[in-house]
Ligand binder design. Structure first.
Ligand code: FES
Ligand SMILES: [Fe+2]
Length: 446
């Protein structure tokens, strides 16, 4: 398809990839809550720069524990509020002391308040401010019109007996090509499993190839399903599959990857990862406010893409498509049926929004927002756990005990906390030899 049949009109591809306020998708995306940081990050440092949907903001936690998300630049003379002082209520600019609360009100202008007490400028001055919610160890921001919907309470946020960690990376590409990857089963074979075969210095054998794929829409996204040369219709990756979570996630069971639009050419990858402790180590409890959050690099010290971990492999594929993939030059094939489905769903939702309707997967009813169930292929292992002996017997499960396979850069203290939760030590988990087929249904790593 050409980029545009009408030079004066944005192409379908511009529409799908633009994120700014006033653009069709920018306005659609503003109807959803976006994870922007870990709760534990704000406990460690109470201000954090956030660029979301093209807007520069500062996220803060004041001394009473209230979160705010306000314009990065002070309403007075545009100083950077990243350097502001959290007060009992609100964030105070470090330049001349103006104080703003989480609703955008100016509570104090110290010099003006004493020099011109009758002017009451405070009442006239507002700064851009957006609501923030804490949920599942993450802080969520909403930049859309009121009334805001609910932050989805996906079922995995209330799963018990798991060690959770949050991993964040800034990735220099448009968010939508990352989300297209959330409904692309075939790439697992090549970008991950066979990549690892080649990275190990082998030219084969490659893993069993995909024979059939299928897609099914449900209220909160799409399931995608696969049969490989070594599986059949009884396999749970065919019966249940994986989830393209609406509008911005890939949910594979033990983790969810959110693709968050920073602006049109940059996205934030926010992963929430759950490791069920082995059977027999329950109860294990982890405070939601102190789930470790770490930032993973996408390039190494030489400026080369990191390719040693699963999601790093994805990052380099997405960025290799260009900051904004040139979809007008694609040659789509049957393996891309899921990609076409989500493009069409977003286009249909743009029309629904123009008609005054909510787009897909907006939740407003509190009764419907309690531990919202999702398709989970390896539900049994994630809810009830596996014994440590079973973990150690199974190569992909064992590999996941041995290291965090999804992203490079896990800090040593997070690794140690994970090992303590799982009850393992280095002697238990000598590294497995050679590449591991992480797609295999049995263990459900991906
Ligand atoms: S620039 Fe912020 S108080 Fe003056
Ligand atoms: Fe991938």
């Amino acid at each position: 398809m050409p980029d545009s049949d009408h030079p004066d009109r944005p192409s379908r591809w511009d529409v799908l990839t633009q994120t700014g306020a006033g653009t069709p998708m920018g306005d659609l995306l503003r109807r959803y809550w976006w994870p922007v940081a870990g709760i534990s990050e704000l406990a460690a440092k109470p201000t954090r720069a956030v660029r979301l949907l093209g807007e520069d903001l500062v996220l803060y936690r004041d001394l009473s524990g209230t979160y705010g998300l306000i314009d990065r630049h002070c309403r007075h003379r545009r100083a950077d509020l990243m350097h502001g002082f959290p007060e009992a209520c609100g964030l105070r600019c470090a330049y001349h002391g103006w104080l703003f609360d989480q609703t955008g009100r100016c509570l104090a202008q110290p010099y003006e308040d004493q020099a011109n007490p009758d002017a009451q400028l405070n009442d006239q001055i507002r700064i851009t401010a957006y609501p923030v919610r804490a949920h599942g160890g993450l802080l969520w921001a909403y930049l859309g019109p009121q009334p805001a919907p609910l932050v989805p309470d996906w079922e995995f946020f209330s799963w018990q007996n798991g060690f959770r960690q949050i991993v964040i990376s800034e990735v220099p590409c448009n968010w939508f090509q990352a989300q297209e990857n959330s409904i692309d089963p075939v790439h697992f074979e090549w970008t991950h499993a066979n990549w690892d075969v080649r990275a190990a210095g082998r030219t084969g054998p490659y893993i069993p190839t995909h024979l059939r794929i299928d897609f099914e829409e449900f209220p909160y996204g799409f399931q995608y399903k696969r049969i490989r040369a070594d599986t059949d219709e009884t396999d749970r990756l065919w019966r249940i599959g994986r989830v393209c979570l609406w509008p911005n996630g890939l949910f594979t069971g033990n983790h969810v990857e959110f693709r968050v639009p920073v602006d049109d050419r940059t996205m934030l990858s926010v992963t929430w990862h759950f490791s069920r402790v082995p059977k027999g180590r329950e109860p294990y409890a982890q405070d939601e406010n102190s789930i470790p959050t770490w930032h993973g690099p996408v390039k190494d010290a030489h400026g080369d893409w990191i390719a040693s971990h699963v999601m790093n492999q994805d990052f380099l594929m997405w960025c290799g498509q260009g900051a904004v993939a040139e979809r007008g030059k694609e040659y789509l094939a049957t393996s891309d049926r899921g990609v076409v489905l989500i493009r069409n769903r977003f286009m249909a939702d743009l029309a629904a929004l123009a008609d005054g309707k909510d787009p897909k997967a907006i939740i407003r009813d509190p009764a419907a927002n309690r531990s919202v169930p999702l398709p989970v292929a390896q539900r049994e292992e994630l809810i009830n756990g596996m014994t440590l002996a079973d973990h150690l017997k199974d190569p992909p499960a064992r590999a996941q005990l041995g290291r965090y396979i999804f992203q490079a850069g896990q800090p040593k203290e997070v690794r140690e906390a994970y090992m303590a939760a799982m009850g393992i030590n280095d002697a238990d988990i000598a590294a497995p030899s050679g590449p591991v087929d992480f797609i295999k249904a049995r263990e459900g790593a991906r």
